[in-house]
Design a protein around this ligand. Structure first.
Ligand SMILES: Cc1cc2nc3c(=O)[nH]c(=O)nc-3n(C[C@H](O)[C@H](O)[C@H](O)COP(=O)(O)OP(=O)(O)OC[C@H]3O[C@@H](n4cnc5c(N)ncnc54)[C@H](O)[C@@H]3O)c2cc1C
Length: 447
């Protein structure tokens, strides 16, 4: 199985690379944006006195930052590229959904940052503290000033557990977990294993989130686990979401509603978690359609998707839009006011779901036009997935010529086995440009 997956992954990456090379050649004839500026044609003049200088500076060494730095290394040479990233470890976050349900180990989700940093690229092991695009400089927390010609911002987003009353302390409690961080993901699995009877409660916050499917994926997995262990008859499985819908894309939402009904899962829309009382095992929700009305739910297990927002260094910089996200052109990912600044991933204000899949497609498209492709493998049990794929217009943009709204076992293997392999061996090397070539091939060029 492992060898087969490895062969498939290599073929996929080879095709992806060929496709990207062809598109890049096309791009030399056609600019990405009529009023935009391609990287190779940019001219920047001001250069503030600084201790270090790089032609290409990348802020953040997560999924987007590492993949882009690998690409920039090939384009400009390793000595011209630097990445500012404080963490010693790099994590493949999408697998945390399965870690929280005990189907994968947390160790399998991480590798040392040193091992995935493109060789020869300078790793500045620090946190960016200030971004000054008017002088083309950034300052790190140890006071180093770095100047750049081009900047790629890939700072991800910030989790705000502290915005829910009682939650930071509550995360010490054995019955509360969150798949959203490496420190708390294993707690979800412990709480699930220790479940006896009562309410298993899952939440979705009242903010933009990364991977909007993740808060409910763990609900389906927990339901499956409780059935397998004979505890489901004594459990109420409850999903309280701030959203007015179960999922943003109707085709997949319709399918999920059927699953929810058939498995007797309780979904409460417009319910926002505002407080956790760990000692009493109570969660307090506000009704967003009726401000001031609150509801207290006792729980035997609680999974929290915390509020999220742009990271403070970006929010406080001139690069941010009014909400604090990186203000980029949605077609070519170039900053709207600073033409030598580009952005990728969760930190941007692109109107699409914040996912690694979106990052992958944007990597290819950043030199062409990005169509907003994003994807969410909705894990609905320990062996099935509904594979949602869609564009900026909320229209399904499916890779396979089959109905992807149906639960399928093969999609589960893709999520659990193939995608992690592609991530470590292709995506982070900047070789994965999204599924577009396969979509075209499988639909005989019709999509
Ligand atoms: C539970 C869960 C399930 C998910 N499931 C899926 C899925 O099934 N499919 C999918 O496509 N995506 C999924 N995602 C989302 C996916 O992981 C993210 O969208 C993706 O990692 C975004 O990449 P990024 O580079 O924008 O941000 P990140 O990968 O988060 O990287 C941001 C980096 O910036 C660094 N940073 C932060 N602040 C600073 C600073 N001040 N200075 C320097 N560096 C800084 C951080 O240390 C981090 O390394 C999931 C995420 C979670 C948590």
């Amino acid at each position: 199985m492992g060898q087969l997956l490895s062969i498939i992954a290599h073929i996929l990456m080879y095709c992806s690379l060929l496709f990207q090379q062809r598109m890049a050649a096309l791009h030399r004839l056609r600019q990405c944006h009529p009023t935009g500026t391609a990287i190779s044609h940019l001219h920047t003049s001001s250069r503030a006195p600084a201790k270090q200088h790089y032609k290409m500076l990348v802020l953040g060494g997560g999924s987007g930052g590492i993949a882009m730095s690998a690409r920039m290394k090939r384009m400009l040479g390793a000595e011209n590229v630097a990445v500012v990233e404080p963490s010693e470890m790099h994590y493949y976050q999408p697998i945390w959904t399965l870690v929280g349900a005990g189907a994968k180990s947390v160790a399998s989700s991480g590798r040392p940052t040193a091992s995935i940093m493109p060789s020869g690229v300078k790793w500045v092991k620090s946190r960016v503290q200030e971004i000054s695009p008017d002088t083309n400089t950034v300052r790190t927390e140890d006071g180093t000033e770095i100047s750049y010609e081009y900047l790629i911002v890939a700072l991800g987003l910030q989790l705000h557990y502290e915005k829910i009353k009682g939650l930071p302390e509550a995360l010490e409690h054995p019955k509360i977990g969150s798949n959203y961080s490496v420190e708390t993901v294993e707690k979800t699995w412990k709480a699930l294993q220790n479940f006896k009877e009562g309410n298993a409660v899952f939440t979705f916050p009242n903010t933009p989130v990364k991977c909007p499917g993740a808060p409910q994926k763990i609900m389906y997995l927990s339901d499956d686990f409780l059935r397998k262990t004979g505890k489901r008859a004594n459990a109420n499985v409850i999903y309280n979401t701030s959203l007015p819908v179960l999922f943003g894309i109707k085709k997949y939402a319709d399918s999920l509603w059927q699953i929810v009904k058939s498995r007797d899962l309780q979904v409460n829309l417009r319910h926002n978690l505002i407080e956790v009382r760990a000692d009493k095992q109570e969660a307090v929700f506000e009704n967003l359609d009726n401000p001031g009305e609150t509801k207290v739910i006792e729980f035997e297990m609680l999974h929290v998707a915390p509020p999220m927002g742009p990271c403070s260094v970006l929010k406080d910089s001139p690069l941010a839009d009014q909400a604090g996200w990186l203000d980029v052109d949605k077609d070519c990912l170039q900053h709207k006011r600073y033409p030598n600044v580009f952005g990728i991933g969760d930190c941007t204000n692109l109107p699409t779901a914040k996912t690694a899949a979106a990052v992958g497609s944007a990597i290819l498209e950043s030199t062409l036009r990005y169509d907003g492709y994003s994807s969410c493998p909705l894990v609905t049990s320990y062996n099935t997935v509904v594979l949602a794929e869609f564009d900026y217009n909320g229209q399904p943009l499916e890779t396979f010529p089959i109905n992807q709204a149906k639960e399928r076992r093969v999609m589960y293997h893709m999520k659990a086995d193939l995608m992690p392999y592609l991530y470590w061996h292709g995506f982070l090397r900047g070789l994965w440009g999204g599924p577009e070539p396969y979509r075209k091939l499988l639909h005989l060029g019709m999509k």
